[in-house]
Design a protein around this ligand. Structure first.
Ligand SMILES: C[S@@+](CC[C@H](N)C(=O)[O-])C[C@H]1O[C@@H](n2cnc3c(N)ncnc32)[C@H](O)[C@@H]1O
Length: 193
């Protein structure tokens, strides 16, 4: 499996503990563990300022719980980073050009990178990135979050993907609270001709 834009998430360490062959790629990988820890701290500060501004009551408590999980995950990542880097579990790289051969992975994931609150990719960049994610996948690509993409943007993206010979599918997923999120995932496959 490949996780693209894995950041300070614990996905790769958790997967490798389950004996899944996994690689995680991020532009930050290759930095020292101290630099990564500083990025993590800056990210905590930015997200908590945003949450305090936007949320109140139960929603704020819910967000704080998610943040605690995220911090614990970041600590698991930081503890694994140096040994994982030596074992090629963490590789430096960035979309739109990934350092892998065609069809290298059974499953490719890309979460909170191309779409979502902090994503900074325009539609053309998203399409180019989708092409690259599918190039390195022998099977499917899963991209999220997709549920908040406005309808007009969603329809335009789906039409452009189809024009590229990609078969997109929108699917539900499960969030950090175990709740089903309808239309939370964009799944990509090569279209059969
Ligand atoms: C919000 S974090 C998401 C981390 C993780 N995927 C998750 O869902 O918890 C976004 C990550 O995307 C990475 N990123 C930014 N630009 C990227 C690019 N062009 N290609 C791949 N990753 C990128 C950032 O370095 C950051 O670690």
């Amino acid at each position: 499996m490949l996780d693209v834009g894995s950041g300070a998430s614990s996905f790769a360490v958790e997967a490798s503990r389950r004996e899944i062959e996994v690689a995680a790629v991020d532009p930050l990988y290759g930095c020292s563990v101290e630099t990564l820890a500083t990025h993590v701290q800056l990210d905590y500060a930015r997200v908590s300022v945003d949450s305090c501004r936007r949320l109140k009551g139960e929603k704020l408590l819910e967000q704080e719980e998610i943040e605690q999980h995220r911090r614990a995950a970041a600590q698991r990542f930081l503890s694994d980073y140096e040994s994982g880097f030596l074992h090629n579990r963490y590789l430096g790289g960035a979309l739109p050009s990934l350092p892998f051969l065609d069809r290298s992975f059974d499953l490719v994931l890309c979460g909170h990178v191309l779409l979502g609150a902090y994503a900074r990719f325009d539609d053309s960049q998203v399409i180019t990135a989708c092409r690259e994610l599918l190039r390195v996948s022998a099977g499917v690509v899963r991209i999220g979050p997709f549920e908040k993409v406005p309808t007009t943007r969603r329809d335009a993206l789906l039409a452009r993907l189809q024009a590229e010979g990609i078969a997109p599918q929108i699917a539900s997923c499960v969030d950090a609270h175990g709740r089903t999120v309808p239309q939370g995932l964009l799944i990509l496959r090569r279209a059969t001709r």
